[in-house]
Design a protein around this ligand. Sequence first.
Ligand code: G6P
Length: 589
Amino acid sequence: MCGIIGCVTKGNCYRYLISSLEKLEYRGYDSAGIAVLSEAGLAIRKKKGGVKNLFGEELSGRAGIGHTRWATHGAPSDANAHPHVCGKFALVHNGIVENYAKLREELSAAGETFLSETDSEVIVKLIARSYTGNFFAAVSSACSRLEGSYAIAVLCEDFPEEIVCAKYKSPLIAGASSSALFVCSDVPALSGEAEYIAAAEDGEFIHIRGGEIDFCDGAGRRIGKKFSKVTETSLGGRRRCATYMEEEIFEIPRALEDTLAWLNAADFAPCARAMRQAKKVFAVACGTAYHAALLFKDIVEKEVRIPVLCHTSSEFRYRDPLVEEGDLVVAVSQSGETADTLEAARLARERGGFVLAVTNVSCSSLSSLADFTVVMRAGPEIAVAATKSYNCQLLCLYYIAAQLCFYKKTQMPAYMPELASLPEAARASFKTFPAMDMLAEKLRGAQSMYFLGRDRDVRTAAEGALKVKEIAYVFAEGYAAGELKHGTLALVERGFPVIAVSTRADLAKKTENALEEVKSRGAYTVLLSQYGFMEESCADFKCKLPSVSEPLMPVISVIPLQYFACRMCLLRGYDPDKPRNLAKSVTVE
Ligand code: G6P
């Protein structure tokens, strides 16, 4: 899961390449590179480390490609960084060539020598070997040999103002403005640059030449494509915090407002039949989105009284899932590009399921394969660890559960009118931040910690633990408070932090009991709740949450935990936007 960019510009392309790569860094940041083509030929600059290592003297030319890498084949190094070059060609690639070992063997036997350990280098070798003067045909012919996934952009010295690109199972977007034509892995990287965009489908090619950008099939025949106006807010212009993650936490109220406005205006009629008929529902997702999917299960089973089978997308496809004709399958993905979730959605459709996508990117691959898409309006999320998109996913899922009630003619959930109060409650949750600053200071040296909850608070506990693992590099687990005695308790010793979230009044006493149990074994106990009873609690550290309708509390109670993880990360000296080994958009299995 790397980021690729390509552009042909009226002036010099260098600035565009660098600025887009900086915006794409969330997809990978262990090495980066660019190739710029001018009458003098190809100029390459590639380096281990982040995009900033490419800064320096401008490379001049009107056509260029760039790449930011998240290593899959071959360690991060200058040699393994893209672009890869062979003869007159330079190539950037996002994806995995699954048959690369076989191809490499074949190419080596034919006399090719490889300069990198990457799977990507075989593609540029194949292109160079197929070339007989027709640039497009050489790329198309090479692609026909590939198995796996790819989004590629290729330059050829014989065609100084052309780029040929291909897409299969990795995202590729075309963009256009009056001064430049682009291809890119993701829309946000073109914000502030492209005015119009269109997404490529699997098997399609994009050809920039003669000042035009065309979508083609493998034979080079043009495919009519409708470009749409870019609406996503520009990135980077409104930073008031030192990091994107902090900024994105502060954007939660606005993101909820915008998402709510979208939901209130949305027409769910295309889902009516599927929702009316569905006897069971599936939810598939990864990472943070999976926690949102688990909460969706809780809501639907309570409000609609039909079973929801919730799977991590990576497992779903290998389990021969029970999806049947007429089942509703909700696929949740901030990026809409997570390979496992896409495959899960594809499989669900093959089996006759109706796929309802919940995503933050309207022109994502998930959205194009789904039967219906709910677009959360979180705005671009750059920090690798998801924050505002999670709150918006929850809001969308509460809304979808209510639609299910509506079409199934069951009683509408009592929380429905309260959804409008969520943005204000999110704003009020910022008042917990000074307490979370203190807590992070207190726990900054912790080696591990538990998060506890009951019912829906278990999901919040799991998400809090995930955030702490992802960015503060502290081992953390989220548990159902009632499970403590069944193993978990054995690890609790003096000073071990246990953070409990307690937002259901009728279960508060039980959660409190769990805290008593760990406290009597020396744990440092923390309690988050919206209720006054916490004043009498035994917890060592208490934090009062703002109040919204009880069933909706997960949208709000997670905010202090998101912020806490971010503070822990910063106090421990790490960058919350770019956690080690992780990438925002996992476009490979
Ligand atoms: C990666 C990110 C997580 C994210 C997950 C799912 O693992 O690091 O923050 O939750 O992907 O991403 P998606 O775009 O499908 O929601």
